[in-house]
Design a binder for this molecule. Structure first.
Ligand code: GDP
Length: 172
C-alpha cells in the first residue's frame, strides 16, 4: 500500500491593503501579473507544489480577499496557519509601520510560526518612502529574514516561499 507522505503547508500573507499580497499569490501560483486583478471573494487560497530536498511540498497560499480590516474574517483566515509572509510596500510608509501589529495579530491567533519579511514593489524604488536602512533595521529587530521583491518584475518571489518551506521543514 502506498502511503501519502505529502507535506502541505498553510501560508498566510498579511499586511495592509494594496501592498501586493494578492498579486504575489497570483504571480507565484499562476505566473501572472495584472494591474487590475480583482479579488474574488470566496476563493480562499491558491496552491503550488514544489520539491525540496526530494520532498513534495504543497503550499496553500491564503489571500485575505481585501478583508484585512474585518477581525471576524481574519480569525478564520489565520486558523491553522503554519507559515506567514509579512508584507509591506516601499511606496507606502503606513504599510511599513503596520508590520508590528500584523505580526502580533498572527501570533495571537496561531502562536509563533515561521515568518518572513517582504518589502515589495522594488521596481518603484524611485517613489520609495521607506529607506533600505529602515527595512534592514526592522528585519534585525524582528530577527527575520528580509526579502526585497517586485511582483511586477517577478523578482525574488520564488525565494520567499522556498525559504518559508525550508524553515518550516527544519522545525518539523
Ligand atoms: P493587496 O491588497 O495587498 O492584495 O494588493 P494587490 O495585490 O491587490 O496589489 C495592489 C496594486 O499594486 C495592484 O494594482 C497591483 O498590480 C500592484 N502591485 C502589486 N505588486 C506590485 C509590484 O511589485 N510592483 C508594482 N509596480 N505594482 C505592484
Amino acid at each position: 500500500m502506498e502511503e501519502d507522505l505529502e507535506i502541505a503547508i498553510k501560508v498566510v500573507i498579511v499586511g495592509n491593503g494594496a501592498v501586493g499580497k494578492s498579486s504575489m499569490i497570483q504571480r507565484y501560483c499562476k505566473g501572472i501579473f495584472t494591474k487590475d486583478y480583482k479579488k474574488t471573494i470566496g476563493v480562499d487560497f491558491l496552491e503550488k507544489e514544489i520539491e525540496l530536498d526530494g520532498e513534495e511540498i504543497r503550499l496553500m497560499l491564503w489571500d485575505t480577499a481585501g478583508q484585512e480590516e474585518f477581525d471576524s474574517i481574519t480569525r478564520a483566515y489565520y486558523r491553522g496557519a503554519q507559515a506567514c509572509v509579512l508584507a509591506f510596500s516601499i511606496t507606502d510608509r503606513a504599510s511599513f509601520e503596520a508590520i508590528d501589529s500584523w505580526k502580533k495579530k498572527v501570533e495571537v491567533e496561531v502562536g509563533e510560526i515561521p515568518m518572513v519579511l517582504v518589502q515589495n514593489k522594488l521596481d518603484l524604488i524611485d517613489e520609495a518612502c521607506v529607506s533600505e536602512e529602515d527595512c534592514e533595521l526592522l528585519a534585525q529587530r524582528l530577527k527575520m529574514e528580509l526579502f526585497k521583491t517586485s511582483v511586477k518584475d517577478n523578482l525574488n518571489i520564488d525565494s520567499v516561499f522556498e525559504y518559508l518551506a525550508e524553515t518550516y521543514l527544519s522545525h518539523m
